[in-house]
Design a binder for this molecule. Structure first.
Ligand code: TXA
Ligand code: MG
Length: 350
């Protein structure tokens, strides 16, 4: 298939292109588009055949449900009930990087929701995404626009790398603002339950429900037979080609430990990648060091995380050592993605 690529940003909306891409969605095709979290791979959420194409293009397991993206607050067409806490989340955080899990109506086909009784709904804030949804005149089902298992794409080039030739259209240009996927909150649960941490943090959700809690699958390695509430959380994720090891401890000791372990690798002629921060990047005695940004701005760290993880794939490293972050605020989401990319290979430094 020939893929059309159109550079299109929020500051530079081209309505002719948006109409054309909207028409592709209406006709059952696939369009990659930017959102404030990561780029999405979209199809008409109400069209079974179109949604099946998403799973094929990504190589995504069928049992992993999709999030539907809306541009209109009137979501009663798609869900049975909107509990009070869900209404508050919508009022406070939509449009924005948070997905609500709600009981679905039959209009949402089984393929979209992987035959669950619920569906994830999100209104993105990115104007290209909103305009595309409006032009399509239908909710758009969209997972992250990567081949399954790879880090999610936060720029146009990564989308082209993964999906060129597999979709009708790729739209975008700017780097995603948040850089990690939306927070997912189960609103059918009382108290609320966070299934995937993201830019809207636990601390922010506590203002709506003081008892909100984090699903156990977020923080620990799932057991073989474990069925997490967000089916996607059981798969290895966000993984570069080289294995990732996370070093967790006081930062000075972390640097010393990484330098020490690196020596063994270098003696065995192995190439080491290091994921560091602005404050620490000068302190390594070798290796290919990349920074995520300053430790003072975890939002920047989140924004750069997937791009840096992906960038090691073209560097031919044998292993990637990565510093850990405090699990407060958006740090929880950063560590969730890092732990998964490392398959929970965590070295605790005493
Ligand atoms: O920020 C985002 O959410 C991005 C952009 C494109 O909007 N989308 C995204 O989709 O991250 P995806 O498919 O890569 O991740 C969706 C996650 C999966 O882990 C899936 O299992 C979970 O959401 N999920 C979807 N529907 C669910 C449901 N009904 N119940 C529980 N988990 C659900
Ligand atoms: Mg994904």
């Amino acid at each position: 298939m020939e893929t059309k690529v159109a550079r299109l940003t929020e500051e530079n909306l081209d309505h002719v292109i948006l109409e054309e891409a909207g028409q592709v969605i209406k006709e059952g095709g696939l369009v990659v588009f930017p959102t404030e979290t990561v780029y999405g791979l979209g199809a008409n959420a109400l069209d079974e055949e179109a949604v099946k194409k998403i799973f094929l293009a990504k190589g995504r397991p069928q049992d992993n449900p999709l999030i539907i993206h809306v541009a209109d607050f009137d979501i009663e067409k798609y869900v049975k009930e909107i509990p009070a806490a869900a209404k508050e989340i919508i009022n406070k955080f939509w449009p924005g990087p948070i997905t609500l899990i709600l009981e679905k109506k039959d209009i949402i086909p089984g393929v979209t929701s992987a035959n669950l009784s619920t569906v994830g709904v999100r209104m993105p804030s990115n104007k290209v995404a909103l305009e595309l949804i409006k032009a399509s005149n239908t909710p758009i089902a969209a997972p992250s626009a990567n081949i399954s298992g790879r880090p999610s794409p936060t720029d146009l080039e990564s989308c082209i790398e993964d999906l060129n030739g597999k979709v009708e259209y790729i739209l975008g240009g700017n780097e995603s603002e948040v850089g990690i996927e939306s927070t997912i909150v189960d609103c059918t649960s009382e108290p609320l339950c966070i299934l995937r941490p993201g830019g809207i943090t636990l601390e922010m959700l506590k203002e709506i429900d003081k008892d909100v809690y984090i699903d156990p699958s977020v923080c620990s390695k799932p057991k073989e037979d474990f069925k997490p509430k967000a089916p996607g959380m059981k798969y290895r994720h966000y993984a570069p080609k080289a294995p990732v090891k996370i070093f967790k401890g006081e930062i000075k000791k972390t640097i010393a430990k990484i330098n020490e372990m690196m020596l063994n690798y270098i003696e065995n002629e192995k190439k080491v990648g290091i994921i560091a921060t602005d404050e620490t990047m000068e302190k390594y005695n070798g290796g290919l060091v990349k920074t995520l940004g300053s430790r003072d701005s975890l939002n920047d760290v989140a924004k750069h995380l997937f791009r840096v993880l992906r960038s090691f794939d073209s560097e031919d490293v044998d292993v990637i050592f990565c510093e850990a972050f405090d699990e407060t605020g958006v740090g929880l989401a950063i560590m969730n993605r890092l732990n998964k990319s490392a398959g929970f290979d965590i070295i605790e430094i005493k």
